[in-house]
Design a protein around this ligand. Sequence first.
Ligand code: TYD
Ligand code: MG
Length: 456
Amino acid sequence: MAKVSTTFFCKNCGASSAKWIGKCPSCGEWNTYTEEVIHKEKQEFGKTWKPKQQGNTVLKPVAIASVEKAAEFRFLLHDQELSRVLGGGVVPGSVVLIGGEPGIGKSTLMLQIALQFTDKKVLYVSGEESETQIKMRAERLPYRSDHCYLFTEVSTQKIGKALQELQPDIVVVDSIQTLQSELIDSPPGSISQIKETAGDLIRFAKETGTPVFLIGHITKDGTLAGPKLLEHMVDTVLQFEGDRHHVYRILRTTKNRFGSTSEIGIYEMQGAGLRQVSNPSEILISQRDEALSGVAISATIEGMRPLLIETQALVSAAVYGTPQRNSNGYDTKRLNMLLAILEKKCGLRMGMHDVFVNIAGGLRVEDPGIDLGIVAAIVSSYHNIPIDSKIAFVGEVGLSGEIRAVSRVEQRIAEAEKLGFTTVFVSKFNKLPKQQGGVNRVEVGKLEELLSYLFG
Ligand code: TYD
Ligand code: MG
């Protein structure tokens, strides 16, 4: 008989304890311990893995100087966006966790990546959908592959056996929360199950040099479900995000052992799967015939790429005592700050108006460099005077109404120029080299200067 015991796990950080504790000693959270049943008897998950030829599995300590430079090998991806986000391809033996809200397109993305590897054997393990469901989804995608295998199973022991038989080059698991180890009695998705099943798959990846992609659910507050520990265990954590009602999706890295975390990938959800968006600015700026008030174009940086986005504002007389402030895709606290600055420094009576701000395309922007564009859109709507559609804005607004320098301004200006903008408003504190032709730069130091340029 297997010995059965129970252990308490912290829901927040995954720490364990023999008895219930009110406050977790490792992460300091209160009331996070839950009891889970565990079979103590351990079996091996797939005894020994046969290492693959590719990959640089290091078996003994070596001097860092003696490691050959050319040893880095990556699986090249057909998907440029994912490839860039991962830092230039998939590293053998790496484990990538992809999180995102339900319905955002995680399964679609991974299935289409799996189907794009026409020369590699891919095993797509799904605990969420049946074979026919996945087949139906695959039919909609424009990719076909003879080497993509499906396995609808949740038991890691059975998955281990399949991995040994099939010897795939790449493994996708949809999703880690549905997996179940037979050694543990807790239900799938519980902390001990996630720890055990993820641990098994990570061991498989490291021992065979096979890259593994794990799909993970995220909880209501936007963090990955399961203990934070899962994020520490894997090599790369990707977030797939976007507004479900918009077509654009952004793939971000929050952790990457093999590349930078500042890269993003942009996709468009279409009838036939996710399309890579290689020039996002062109689609984020709406094509309009006439100039409208309340619209300004900001040049921002997403990851390493400059991006021009449309910021829209609506300012209307407040009907109720307290004016409404609402923003989509932009921090509301920061919006309140900008409105207070406009009231105090520029004498605009914002306290009497409702203000709504929207970033077009369902994007969420945290870059303070779009402040200037937001202010321009708000004032344009306030006065009901449109801004010339050939003007773009770059700059952060400080508390005293000064326009501050932003990072990588040359790149932003170059992108604006490439898209046919003729004038760019920038901070005069950016210390840009003397202007030589190209787009007309207007350097402003204070909000008042900007407003008098634009609205007289
Ligand atoms: P899905 O990959 O199932 O999301 P997740 O795995 O993150 O829960 O994607 C679900 C949505 O994607 C669904 O609402 C329909 C949409 N979709 C398309 O618009 N086009 C397509 O070709 C596919 C396959 C899905
Ligand atoms: Mg799914």
